[in-house]
Design a protein. Structure first.
Length: 353
């Protein structure tokens, strides 16, 4: 966009004399570029249109026995708490601005991370499970582990982010897919998944370089956002007593991978869903929602993570997503099957089961 603006300025500069027609064409394109850039940085949906999907609740009462309280902390950071033990996915709280992320190196912000830990009352955290090693999932996980003494679970890439942050080896454990891990009364099984199909913005792509699919050496912050390599993507199947929760952060699926599973609650990443072909959207729904048959589905990874968690969450920017169309894609299918859908604001809680 900036590049096209530059070309127009150069083209205009080449004219030796004033041509009203050329000037108006030039002005038209400048206005068009300014207008489209203005739109690109706007939220891709209005949450007021989804008001009935929000419980508008932040519970502070003791967690009833047998229930699990979930607190949404933006992107795919979810805190689960049964009153005795807490577990957390990702724990990405620093959320540097778009400007900073695009043009400088980024790192965990201890003050912000600590304020989220305090506000969300993360005070008996047993484990952190990182779904993949892009910065909007893994960046703060080692710091959260350090501040809470929780164990960090992840891929070898995630563990390299932990080592780079100085987290001791005995506070980290590499994923063994398919093998259940007990954390208090929670049992977590990590499953191999797939990242949202790659996209391209301003000529840059987030696709994994097949020659460098992992973070191979300890990653010491600050680094550029693109230094956080995916390192594989994982889902979490969480059992608590007879109840089952499934957390999928990325908008994709491994065909047949969930066929033998069922879940009561599904936290489902919907980022960029509607940007995919309809056939993909159908299969995504079938492989995840229709297979797991949840009673309740909670969309995640829908918020603009360039904005701080201390402010109300807004949908992803139009620059790379379409929240309204993503919700439409989901709701037209869940309504047909009478599956309840709820959205959660930042720090909003819901008692599951
Ligand atoms: Zn990612």
């Amino acid at each position: 966009m900036i590049f096209s603006f530059f070309i127009l300025v150069v083209m205009a500069g080449r004219t030796n004399s004033f041509h009203p027609q050329r000037f108006f064409v030039f002005l038209f394109f400048v206005l068009l570029i300014l207008f489209s850039s203005h739109c690109a940085f706007r939220p891709s949906g209005n949450l007021n249109h989804y008001d009935s999907y929000f419980p508008h609740d932040s519970k502070t009462n003791p967690i009833p026995k047998g229930k699990v309280r979930a607190t949404f902390l933006g992107t795919s950071s979810i805190l689960l708490d049964d009153g005795e033990t807490q577990i957390l996915t990702d724990g990405f709280f620093s959320r540097p601005s778009l400007w900073k992320t695009a043009f400088s190196k980024i790192e965990s912000d201890p003050k912000t991370v600590l304020s989220v830990i305090e506000r969300a009352k993360i005070n008996r955290l047993g484990a952190i499970f990182v779904c993949h090693s892009h910065y909007d999932h893994v960046m703060d996980a080692p710091l959260v582990a350090k501040l809470t003494k929780a164990k960090l679970f992840g891929s070898s890439s995630t563990l390299n982010v932990g080592t780079g942050a100085g987290l001791p080896t005995d506070q980290m454990q590499k994923f063994v897919t398919g093998k259940p891990i007990a954390i208090g009364k929670f049992t977590v099984t990590v499953l191999e998944s797939k990242h949202t199909p790659p996209f391209r913005i301003f000529g840059k792509t987030n696709a994994t370089d097949p020659n460098h699919p992992n973070i191979e050496t300890p990653l010491v912050q600050p680094v550029k956002a693109f230094d956080y390599i995916e390192g594989g993507t994982f889902d979490f199947f969480i059992q608590h007593g007879k109840n089952k929760i499934f957390i999928k952060s990325s908008t994709n699926f491994v065909e047949g991978a969930l066929d033998k599973l069922q879940a009561d609650i599904l936290f489902l990443g919907i980022a960029q869903l509607s940007l995919q072909p309809v056939l993909f959207q159908d299969e995504f729904y079938k492989q995840n929602v229709q297979t797991l048959k949840p009673k309740l589905m909670i969309p995640i990874h829908w918020d603009n993570f360039f904005k701080p968690l201390s402010e109300p969450l807004e949908p992803n920017l139009q620059l790379g997503d379409d929240f309204d169309a993503n919700m439409k894609s989901i709701l037209k299918r869940t309504e047909k099957e009478k599956i309840e859908v709820k959205l959660l604001q930042g720090f909003e809680t819901i008692d599951l089961f």
